[in-house]
Design a protein. Structure first.
Length: 380
């Protein structure tokens, strides 16, 4: 077994844009490197090359593709499909770790049946209903690529079930992680006073994130409770239904904060009393739940499979039925009127999130590499 592993971590998603998979890849790289692994990130990058992370090898541009209520920026370049194979063969890596292996030409090329270079090939499946080459290439063909994998990781039971629909196999469940290192969170929003109960939403303005239902619930509650405020952080364009309801009903104490940085997001979680994740589905895990739990903020989340991988009703959160304004409204109202429950759910969340510490998660992934390497050596 190599003394110092050399690992290539590949993402199909454009690294010029923030996203859950790219965040996972970035954190995995950092923590593997901290453990002495020679890790390199390879992904499409359409931004200014001078702004690319030092750890990244940019591999072409991407195109935006609408999938499952979201926009995925991935590469379908046949040229890059062959170039990534040549690159990996010329720069030998002990481990080639692809994320969303069927999400684009770069990750697909890295696990091509022609890639018989001796590298250990591992794939992590993140999506519940995400981007996939299933839409363009017959599963029978893709199975040849799947069979070239030495190991398969799923971030949750939901991701495992989705991947298993296409490729029956043994999947090691290793969840997403969160950085739990001690850090002082600066108050970046001193204008948001503490006299009101702050209800927070963080996410892209996509229909599947459920902001429309939260806005309705909040406006209904605002007629009864003057001491509440809705904070909305995220990018994109509001859907027409949300715009319509905001224009027809006076949106008192709703603050649109725009796209926020990581530090701003942490400050908002600390500033908030209730965090709402009203997604309608198509979530395999919910990293944003971990971000809220890290701050000790109580949660109202949708009762969907991906979120139930992380939280339980009345333990860390209150679960609402997806697309159900009344269910969401009732849970928020319970927490408005019960400070003791808010505190208890927040404390439970802070305790539960400890098992997702990136230091532990990266150890699990590194141990999995080593197990697979030993298995491969014994087999040969």
């Amino acid at each position: 077994m190599p003394h110092s592993l050399k690992v290539a971590i590949l993402s199909p998603y454009d690294f010029a844009y923030h996203g859950g998979v790219n965040s996972h890849v970035t954190n995995l790289h950092y923590h593997l490197a901290d453990k002495g692994v020679k890790a390199t990130i390879i992904a499409p990058f359409s931004g200014d090359i001078d702004t690319a992370p030092r750890s990244l090898i940019p591999f072409g541009k991407s195109i935006p593709v609408k999938i499952a209520g979201s926009v995925a920026r991935i590469s379908f370049s046949l040229k890059k499909y062959f170039q990534i194979q040549n690159f990996l063969k010329n720069h030998f890596f002990d481990v080639i770790h692809v994320h969303e292996p069927f999400g684009g030409s770069i990750t697909l090329g890295a696990i091509s049946p022609k890639m018989r270079d001796g590298s250990l090939k591992v794939a992590t499946f993140h999506s519940f209903e995400g981007s996939s080459m299933h839409r363009f290439i017959p599963n029978k063909v893709l199975r040849n690529f799947s069979n070239n994998l030495d190991g398969k990781i799923a971030v949750s039971d939901s991701a495992k079930k989705y991947a298993s629909k296409y490729f029956q196999s043994d999947y090691k469940i290793i969840p997403n992680g969160i950085d739990l290192s001690d850090q002082l969170v600066e108050d970046l929003y001193p204008n948001i006073d503490d006299t009101k109960i702050n209800i927070l939403f963080v996410g892209r303005f996509e229909k599947r994130k459920g902001l429309f239902f939260l806005i309705q619930a909040y406006l209904n509650l605002k007629q009864k409770y003057d001491n509440i405020r809705l904070l909305i952080a995220g990018g994109g364009e509001l859907d027409s239904e949300s715009q319509k309801i905001l224009s027809s009903r006076y949106p008192i104490d709703i603050m649109f904060l725009g796209q926020v940085t990581e530090l701003q997001k942490q400050s908002l979680f600390k500033k908030s009393d209730i965090f709402c994740a009203p997604s309608t589905g198509q979530e395999s895990f919910g990293i944003v739940l971990l971000e809220s739990m890290r701050s000790g903020t109580c949660l109202v989340a949708s009762n969907i499979e991906g979120y139930k991988n992380v939280v339980q009703h009345m333990r860390e959160c209150l679960l609402s039925e997806p697309k159900d304004v009344l269910s969401l409204q009732n849970n928020i109202e319970i927490l408005i009127n019960n400070e003791k429950l808010r505190i208890q759910l927040g404390l439970n969340a802070l305790k539960s999130v400890q098992k997702y510490d990136w230091d532990l998660v990266s150890n699990d992934i590194l141990d999995y590499y080593r197990q697979l390497i030993l298995k491969k050596e014994n087999f040969n």
